[in-house]
Design a protein around this ligand. Structure first.
Ligand code: AVJ
Length: 314
């Protein structure tokens, strides 16, 4: 039995305002649905960052401030399939930069797939996958000669509150040295007619992605959610700059979770908050960086101005 999952579900559903951690989206089904999301016409984020990596590769390399005479470590947090990073790696290799590529992921399976696909395309790459917790691995990598560039792409930072993001970036800084860089991919604040459809697509893939959490609790925790009695409820205002997804109960109902031996009540219209996707601008980021060791050294944006890769200097 999945004890941590059960405990987090109980904690989240026992609060007056119900919530569930968004990390539980990503079981096998959720991984597949997220891959489908990235290909949706409405989900511009992946394409926008991909454009930065393919159309501004040279500017990116210059902004990272790496030198051909000095070996460095390129560390990627939660590398996924590496489809964006590949373009950067390829350019660095062909220009004679000396570096190791260290993708870090909690999933050994993800790392195997990534390594195989990257090494097939770039056999000359020095790749050392690291499985485990980001901070533990960074700590192990600290105090080595090589300078470091850390990649945290895809607006994965968006799932954190500003306080969590500040703590996360502060901790990254604590495990890096002066002169190291952090390349942070972040979706930008923009009007609701662009952002909201990315989280409310016409095909209903995002709805299925959210509802999978209910299916997952049914499968793994012996819950009896009647999924049709809940709906997907996305919200966004440009003023706030945070896309929020909730699952809303359509009726008054009760759900029993066998593995917790507990029953939870849902009122008609009551929400379970399942995800925030924070959107950024220079000011939001500067305020998050205030008490960290990082400053904004450079900003690369896609041609539509939808997404940014911020180069942060330690
Ligand atoms: C993986 C966190 C960047 O917030 O845009 C996509 C996850 N959720 N559609 C995002 C997600 C619903 C995604 N991140």
């Amino acid at each position: 039995m999945n004890t941590q999952f059960a405990m987090d579900v109980d904690a989240g559903l026992s609060q007056p305002t119900k919530s569930l951690p968004s990390k539980y989206f990503y079981d096998q089904k959720g991984d597949e649905l997220f891959r489908q999301i990235m290909a949706l016409p409405e989900y511009y984020l992946t394409r926008a960052e991909h454009e930065i990596f393919t159309q501004q590769t040279q500017a990116l390399i210059e902004a990272l401030g790496v030198s051909k005479d000095k070996h460095f470590e390129l560390i990627e947090l939660g590398a996924g399939d590496g489809s964006k990073t590949k373009h950067l790696l390829k350019a660095l290799l062909s220009q004679g930069y000396q570096f190791d590529y260290l993708p870090i992921d909690i999933s050994g399976h993800v790392l195997e797939l990534l390594s195989e696909s990257i090494l097939t395309e770039l056999p000359a790459l020095s790749l050392r996958g690291q499985q485990g917790d980001y901070f533990e691995i960074l700590q192990d990598l600290k105090d080595r000669d090589s300078s470091k560039v850390v990649l945290f792409l895809g607006s994965n930072i968006g799932n954190m509150s500003d306080e969590q993001a500040a703590q996360f970036i502060y901790s990254l800084g604590a495990n890096l040295s002066e002169g190291d860089k952090l390349l942070l991919g972040a979706d930008l604040i923009k009007p609701v007619d662009i952002v909201l459809p990315a989280y409310n697509d016409a095909q209903g893939v995002t709805k299925a992605f959210n509802m999978n959490l209910l299916h997952r609790m049914n499968r793994e925790l012996g819950a009896n959610f009647v999924v049709d009695q809940f709906d997907h409820f996305p919200e966004y205002t440009e003023e706030e700059g945070i896309a929020k997804s909730a699952i809303i109960s359509k009726v008054d109902q009760q759900v029993t979770i066998d593995s917790l031996n507990k029953t939870y009540s849902f009122a008609a219209g009551e929400k379970i908050h399942v995800e925030i996707s924070r959107k950024y601008n220079h000011q939001v980021l500067a305020s998050i960086l205030k008490d960290t060791d990082f400053t904004i050294a450079d900003t690369l944006t896609d041609s539509q101005g939808y997404f940014a890769d911020f180069v942060l200097a330690r």
